[in-house]
Design a protein around this ligand. Structure first.
Ligand code: SF4
Length: 354
């Protein structure tokens, strides 16, 4: 069946995004047109292993099949609007979708790995106070094709294989569960980009229905939860999602995720000067993290003028880390990349300018 959300009509011809089909769906779709199933595997190979830009490059397909593909399917759901290069070599791509909306994707190169940070929605519903993406009104969920194309785009730009994926760009990935998981299954498959689930991290603001759902699927994904506060009072203020899904319920959902998947949950904690960086915050955080057998990632706050918060000084971050270590909590301080091009954590806005 053609996924309706991504079928566009040009001059009365229905054009579908070919990357919206997983392999099984593509086999059925082609069979519907009288094309044998094995051709779907060939198309998948060209899409994800060779990353061709045109159906005509699929040179082991019959010409009439290529013509049919070209007339009925689209190969590119995104185009480049702008590219920014950080002095630390990370790159931010502002990408344009077919409906004119824009999203951002970040490539973070390292000597031993290439990480890409993907967006999952245009805008976001959750309005977390430390995140610029929350300032952009929610418009819509991204489709699987739009998610996959961010990865392929970054891979082409990197010139080498992407090894790690983090769903930490614009939007709440677990609120777009079906399309995100559909894209991940393609990414994970041997016919697709073939990136192991253990190299893929889903970051959530604490959307409990989604955490419960990924605990039930067999994928061994890393789960990262943005906590940022250790009392409901402060978390309600910083992350309004907490009013619906308070800390106690969130901890229970994370414990369940760990029990079901045996994957250690990472608690993300942005340090904000005078807000959440006192010794009592560290003590409560240690209690929460130990209860779910997790680990902590401390994140420097990346200021953005419209967000009226201040970062904790580096030496105070180190002291906060020490307080957690003293309580036997595994903790790291995240290396923040790309802040000079507004590509760092919480800075993605989906619009031009730095
Ligand atoms: S942190 Fe995530 S959920 Fe919160 S506003 Fe930003 S993109 Fe949305």
């Amino acid at each position: 069946m053609v996924p309706k959300s991504t079928t566009l009509c040009y001059n009365s011809i229905m054009i579908s995004e070919i990357k919206d089909f997983n392999l099984e769906e593509l086999k059925k779709e082609l069979a519907r047109r009288g094309i044998p199933e094995f051709r779907a595997s060939q198309v998948f190979h060209w899409l994800y292993k060779q990353q061709v830009a045109s159906f005509w490059e699929m040179n082991n397909l019959p010409r009439d099949m290529i013509k049919l593909l070209e007339e009925n399917y689209s190969l590119s759901a995104v185009t480049t609007a702008q590219e920014f290069i950080s002095k630390d070599d990370s790159r931010k791509y502002l990408l344009k979708l077919k409906d004119g909306n824009q999203i951002e994707t970040v490539l973070i190169p390292n000597p031993d790995r290439q990480t890409v940070c993907l967006s999952t929605q245009v805008g976001c519903k959750f309005c977390c106070r430390m995140c610029a993406s929350g300032l952009k009104k929610f418009v819509r969920n991204l489709t699987a094709a739009e998610i996959l194309e961010q990865l392929l785009y970054a891979q082409k730009k990197a010139g080498s294989r992407i090894t790690n994926i983090v769903f930490m760009g614009m939007g709440e990935p677990l609120e777009n569960f079906d399309q995100v998981i559909k894209a991940i299954r393609v990414i994970n498959s041997s016919e697709g980009p073939e990136i192991a689930a253990r190299k893929i991290t889903i970051s959530t603001a604490g959307f409990i229905p989604g955490i419960k759902k990924i605990a039930e699927i067999e994928l061994q994904l890393n789960l990262s939860v943005s906590l940022h506060a250790t009392t409901d009072e402060l978390r309600n203020e910083l992350m309004p999602i907490n009013k619906t899904y308070p800390i106690r319920d969130l901890v229970a959902a994370c414990q369940n995720y760990f029990q079901k998947t045996k994957r250690i949950v990472t608690i993300e904690y942005v340090l904000l000067k005078g807000k959440n960086d006192a010794v009592d915050d560290a003590r409560r955080l240690a209690g929460i993290v130990k209860a779910l057998k997790g680990k902590v990632n401390l994140i420097p706050f990346n200021p953005y003028t419209e967000l009226k918060l201040e970062p904790t000084a580096r030496e105070d971050m180190e002291r906060f880390k020490y307080w957690l270590e003293r309580d036997q909590v595994p903790v790291t301080i995240r290396d923040s990349r790309g802040s000079d091009i507004m590509a760092a954590c919480g800075q993605l806005l989906g619009k031009a300018g730095q």
